[in-house]
Ligand binder design. Structure first.
Ligand SMILES: CC(C)(COP(=O)(O)OP(=O)(O)OC[C@H]1O[C@@H](n2cnc3c(N)ncnc32)[C@H](O)[C@@H]1OP(=O)(O)O)[C@@H](O)C(=O)NCCC(=O)NCCS
Length: 294
């Protein structure tokens, strides 16, 4: 196969969108972000081209100096099984090496056997597992929304202490979710806090007994992500209800809850009770893979 890999340009966009439209029954998000991705100086989109036809693409982006993220890998269904995703991944890793990255990471989900196999065979190791939970516009959870006067904004220093010592962070291996991206909290808390819209806590006296962080809305302000929640169960419930109230105008509310061994984090039974939907009844189904050193 005569395949050329190169940086994507604006005139590739219609073909990129046409491939994306064939993925996940047209629910793929690339069409909504591709212009932003092409304009972003922190990263780039690589296309695989046969003749004049774009047959696949993938993106790299620097989330923090030395820490790169791979996402948006797509191959046209008519061209699958021919090694295009592998060729794109090798090329993307080469780009990451040229950026002098120490770590490169990606995430995928249970059942995406091609990516799980590809990541393993390219030297990535599974670094963390999460359970994905969602409350769509008609979800029962949306009716549980309730603002609480107990919930207060926290300064980042107080939040840093709580989050750094939390069971959530121990279970997540130090990865802090923001939608479908995962940041290394221990080395880059500033990068995490810069992406957060809400850093909220519940206090008993001067003691913080629960913290919730929700990021800036993603994908054209439609997706409200609860990226961190932990603490005493009563505080976590108050915080979750409060966040659902803040999310009222968003299309969906999404969460990634870390899962360590057989011990789910404290929020898992609560979000089940509140009516969030999960793909695998709370089993881990989203995996972060990391390659370090390159
Ligand atoms: C996933 C996807 C990118 C793979 O593209 P592709 O070009 O068909 O993949 P490749 O032909 O390069 O195959 C990659 C590897 O996965 C393996 N593979 C493919 N399907 C597999 C499966 N069902 N189970 C296990 N391994 C599989 C291939 O054998 C190959 O490994 P090898 O080189 O050791 O033989 C493509 O199917 C796609 O666009 N899917 C929809 C979007 C998506 O899921 N993106 C990733 C989101 S995390």
């Amino acid at each position: 196969m005569d395949l050329v890999l190169r940086q994507a340009i604006q005139t590739d966009v219609p073909q990129i969108i046409s491939i994306s439209a064939k993925v996940w029954d047209g629910e793929d998000y690339i069409g909504a972000v591709i212009d932003e991705w092409l304009a972003d100086p922190r990263g780039g989109v690589i296309v695989a081209v046969s003749g004049r036809t774009v047959v696949g693409f993938g993106r790299w982006v620097q989330l923090w100096p030395g820490y790169l993220w791979l996402e948006g890998l797509r191959v046209d269904p008519a061209w699958r099984g021919a090694g295009i995703a592998r060729t794109l991944t090798h090329h993307l890793l080469e780009v990451c090496r040229l950026q002098s990255a120490d770590r490169v990471a990606l995430c995928t989900y249970l059942g995406n056997d091609a990516i799980i196999h590809l990541a393993g065979s390219c030297g990535f190791r599974r670094a963390a597992s999460f359970t994905y939970a969602e409350a769509g516009p008609t979800s029962l959870a949306r009716a549980q929304a309730r603002f609480s006067p107990e919930v207060k904004p926290l300064d980042t220093g107080t939040a840093l202490d709580f989050i750094g010592n939390s069971a959530f962070m121990r279970a997540s291996g130090g990865f802090f979710p923001h939608g479908w991206r995962f940041l290394p909290f221990t080395i880059a808390p500033e990068a995490v806090f810069a992406r957060m819209r809400w850093i909220l806590g519940v206090l008993r006296g001067s003691q913080v007994i629960g913290v919730l962080c929700a990021g800036h809305l993603l994908r054209h302000r439609q997706e409200f992500t609860i990226d961190f929640v932990d603490g005493e169960p009563e505080a976590v419930e108050v915080l979750l209800r409060h966040a659902l109230a803040l999310a009222q105008s968003a299309r969906s509310v999404e969460m990634m809850l870390p899962y360590a061994g057989t011990q789910p984090v404290v929020a898992l039974p609560l979000i089940t009770q509140l009516g969030f939907e999960m793909w695998q009844s709370g089993e881990p189904d989203v995996f972060v893979y990391e390659k370090t050193p390159l």
